[in-house]
Design a binder for this molecule. Structure first.
Ligand code: GAP
Length: 457
């Protein structure tokens, strides 16, 4: 776990322009966040990298971008209308609302995964768990609260015009299975991925951007032959875990947690979570990898009346493919990356520096050109104008060179380039490494290639 408190990390992300409070000038909207200048860039880089690794360069996969609003039958078929609900309890005294499982977990550190509503009521009563807000003991019974946001399509606000904001991107993939099979030249096994917004009316959002009501998912539905699913399940666990490790996340802060049998959905052959030791909890889920068998395609076939099967062109076998799903939230990855990257160092000169060791491939800014003196502005900004066409590059001439280094360390810029008076003569600059703070002299002609080589994933 990070040796820094969560408050310290969050405060750094807010003050340095990664994340802003949502609707701030109106007093905010609870648990809504906007991504600032650096946050938007980091988020985009995370998504671009996922797309490149999991879609563009992966031999099996293709990508789509499906609509957020879907025919309501989708959610009947997927089970979200009936089953996508948390057990909630209300305090009758102060009207606060809690997720029953979380209330119990926080109060007596007991997991009630798989327990019925009645069983959760019994635990609350037996342990006399009081309301964390007002300290009273006067609860409603636990009851279901559907997490889907409802809205209306068209001018009438009635049952017929009700639609839901998707709570996951996955269903947009399942309903397009036939379209992709028809328009791609993929043979099973193949995967369909997408990145997009999902919405959940979480009863207890919180921990900054860890659990929010509006978030982005990067999901892959990987279709394979029944019987080969466990092999692919393991393959995707390994692939996702390696992705996270390659991003430089410290291994001691990571674990893979296979779900216990009682936690598994009835149709799942196996589910594992990649978890991170966030500073606010022991372990928090970042990435879920689930073997969903043929459940989703079967359900959509049943509800739509359309056949969703695959005819193997080599063997003439026809079957409903099994599906392995690696699903990750962009905000969760973002938060894990930032918690892991944050460091406060005491330097030899007695100064303190905050440094974000973000993997260079996703760092919001890759390099910053710093003229040693304002007298060198013209030449240094010409260099910047060249580099900015190659990668995200900033120009900074304000304050001492030391201050400029500190500013860039604190936002995770891997390289600072100092243009000095000698540069006018020798056509070289000094390049400084964020992590080691080492500086070396390098020819301007070689600068772009040098940096590009080091910002690769
Ligand atoms: N299609 C499967 C699915 O959606 P999930 O475990 O509910 O499974 C997958 O969500 C991932 O989406 C999680 O591992 C997490 O990274 C992210 N996620 C889920 N709910 C979230 C929320 N309220 N806020 C931020 N991220 C969330």
């Amino acid at each position: 776990m990070s040796k820094y408190s969560f408050d310290e990390i969050v405060s750094h992300l807010k003050s340095s322009g990664f994340v802003y409070q949502g609707s701030e000038i109106y007093g905010g909207l609870s648990n809504s966040w906007d991504f600032g200048i650096l946050g938007a860039a980091l988020k985009k880089n995370i998504k671009d990298l996922w797309w490149k690794v999991f879609i563009e360069t992966n031999p099996y996969n293709v990508g789509i971008d499906s609509a957020i609003l879907m025919n309501t039958k989708t959610w009947e078929a997927s089970g979200h209308l009936k089953g996508f609900a948390d057990a909630m309890v209300d305090c009758k005294e102060c009207k606060s609302r809690f997720r029953a499982d979380k209330l119990i977990q926080d109060a007596i550190d007991l997991s009630v995964e798989g327990k019925t509503f009645e069983e959760m009521d019994a635990v609350i009563n037996e342990h006399h768990i009081v309301c964390p807000d007002c300290g009273k003991f006067n609860w409603t019974n636990a009851r279901a609260f559907n997490l889907m946001f409802k809205t209306y399509i068209g001018t009438l606000e009635d049952a017929k015009s009700t639609v839901y904001l998707r709570p996951e991107t996955a269903q947009g993939i399942f309903v397009n299975f036939n379209n992709v099979a028809r328009t791609s030249r993929k043979k099973i096994p193949f995967g369909i991925g997408q990145i997009g917004k999902s919405f959940r009316n979480e009863i207890t959002p919180g921990n900054f951007i860890f659990r929010v009501r509006e978030f982005e998912q990067m999901e892959l539905e990987f279709f394979c032959k029944p019987g080969e699913d466990m092999k692919w399940y393991q393959y995707w666990i390994d692939t996702c875990f390696n992705f996270v490790k390659k991003l430089g996340i410290k291994e001691e802060n990571l674990r893979i947690r296979p779900h216990d049998p009682e936690e598994l959905a009835f149709y799942s052959n196996g589910t594992s979570d990649i978890e991170y030791a966030f500073p606010f909890t022991d372990w928090g889920e970042v990435w879920g990898i689930a073997d969903r068998t043929d459940y989703d395609l079967k359900k959509h076939s049943e509800y739509s009346g359309k056949e969703l099967s695959y005819l193997d062109p080599d063997t003439n076998e026809k079957y409903i493919p099994y599906c392995v799903e690696p699903s990750v939230g962009v905000e969760r990855l973002f938060l894990m990356i930032c918690c892991d990257a944050y460091e406060k160092e005491n330097l030899e000169n007695g100064e303190e520096r905050v440094v974000m060791h973000i993997h260079p491939s996703i760092a919001p800014i890759k390099a910053c050109v710093c003229p040693l003196s304002k007298k060198l502005s013209k030449e240094a900004s010409e260099l910047h104008a060249k580099l900015v066409n190659e990668f995200a590059c900033e120009y900074d001439e304000a304050g001492s060179i030391g201050k400029r280094y500190r500013r860039n360390d604190a936002i995770g810029t891997p390289f600072c380039i100092t243009y000095d008076f000698d540069s006018l003569e020798d056509n070289c600059v000094t390049i400084r490494d964020r992590d080691t703070m080492e500086q070396k002299r390098i020819k301007i002609d070689e600068l772009s290639a040098y940096i590009k080589e080091r910002i690769k994933f």
